[in-house]
Design a protein around this ligand. Structure first.
Ligand code: NAP
Length: 288
């Protein structure tokens, strides 16, 4: 049966409920503020009178609320624990690996199957062939949830049984994204302080992004293998590049925080004798 309860009707939860309705599913919804359900009810969703009733309505329950504090508050509402017995809870609220482990323990205590997913897309990017969602949890539950997930995301990255994996990989990729954003912003200051078109800079960055992704993929393999012998260019090149960024920022009188941080790390790696290894050897400094 194509039927599901969706708990949480913020920007993402409402989009999720709408996608199920669009595909002809029977959809029950619940939100702390019931008024947010009105548009979905007008399109055919049923508003459950309580979170417990939303759990009772269907075998599959998708939850997507602000954070795990909100999710835990909902799971603690009257009648929810009893209603969770025999349910499949797909938790799409963003959280930490420990949040996922705690939620799985709660589900196990109350007889529910549990999956943890991390959405890596904005609401209007949901339901597309390339929409990325990281997923972890028991194999049987992952198989059962396939029809649900196929409505929401074409690019479900299956991370296996360890329940914290989706949240961990979400954090890892967030770290990459914010590192890139900080570097991009400093680059924008370099470009504008030299009088160059920042939109053009953005185009150039987009052009090199795929090759940079391939490079990072290689560095991940190097770290995993533990073989840091230089395949193309030694870390020393990056030591010099980040120092040049810092020197230029100082000379131009622009903000130096990002290059100072990057150059500082790379200089310490060089001082630790890693300069002639692959840049992936920076991980050794971070592990120390
Ligand atoms: P949102 O628009 O701010 O909605 C928050 C939802 O959480 C609302 O349904 C809200 O209920 C509920 N909520 C908050 N505190 C609560 C509490 N104490 N008890 C019960 N319900 C509570 O957030 P969103 O954009 O939908 O995001 C939901 C999740 O998706 C988050 O974990 C977010 O990280 C993840 N996500 C979002 C995006 C995005 O671009 N939006 C992208 C990727 C992942 P009320 O309506 O009653 O306030």
């Amino acid at each position: 049966m194509k039927e599901v309860s969706v708990i949480g009707l913020g920007a993402m939860g409402a989009t999720i409920a709408q996608l199920f309705l669009d595909r002809g599913w029977r959809v029950t919804v619940w939100n702390r503020s019931a008024d947010k359900a009105a548009a979905l009810v007008a399109r055919g969703a049923v508003l459950a009178p309580s979170a417990a009733e939303a759990f009772r309505a269907h075998r599959a329950v998708v939850m997507c609320v602000y954070d795990y504090e909100a999710a835990s508050a909902i799971l603690a509402l009257k009648g929810v624990a009893a209603a969770a017995d025999g349910r499949l809870l797909l938790q799409l609220t963003t959280g930490s690996p420990q949040d996922a482990r705690d939620a799985q323990a709660w589900a196990q205590r109350h007889g529910a199957a549990y999956l943890d997913g991390a959405i890596q897309a904005a609401p209007d990017q949901m339901g597309q062939p390339d929409t990325p969602v990281l997923l972890s949890g028991a194999a049987q539950a992952r198989r059962e949830a396939e029809p649900l997930l196929s409505v929401l995301a074409g690019n479900v990255v299956d991370l296996g049984e360890e329940i914290g994996a989706a949240a961990a990989m979400d954090l890892s990729t967030l770290s990459y994204v914010y590192g890139a954003i900080l570097g991009f912003m400093h680059g924008a200051r370099v470009a504008e302080s030299e009088g160059f078109d920042v939109a053009r800079y953005g185009e150039i960055v987009a052009g090199i992004a795929p090759a940079f992704g391939t490079f990072l993929q290689h560095e991940g393999k190097v770290i995993q293998s533990g073989d840091y012998a230089v395949s193309q260019s030694p870390m020393r090149i990056s030591v010099e590049a980040t120092q040049r960024l810092l020197d230029t920022a100082r000379a131009s009188g622009i903000n130096t925080e990002f290059p100072a941080f990057a150059a500082g790390l790379l200089q310490r790696a060089d001082a630790a004798g890693l300069g002639n290894q692959e840049i992936a050897a920076l991980i050794k400094l971070l592990r120390a």
